[in-house]
Design a protein around this ligand. Sequence first.
Ligand SMILES: [Zn+2]
Length: 79
Amino acid sequence: MEANKKITKSGGITIPRGMRQKTGILPGVPVDVAADESGIHICKHVPACQFCGSVDEVRIACGIEVCRNCAGKIVEVFR
Ligand SMILES: [Zn+2]
């Protein structure tokens, strides 16, 4: 799937409907945007621990994504 688009003055781009539907990147879906030598990549956001980067058993606490292991370490600090 490919599309030829132009970036707007404000840096925006409209992703074609077919691409949005195929990828499930629909209104309200959080995405990650990354850039490298080959271009800019937009992917569905995968929750990851903001302390260790793990994607296992990640929950959100006070707006921070944290895994069970790191949450346990935080709790230990207050014991
Ligand atoms: Zn963690």
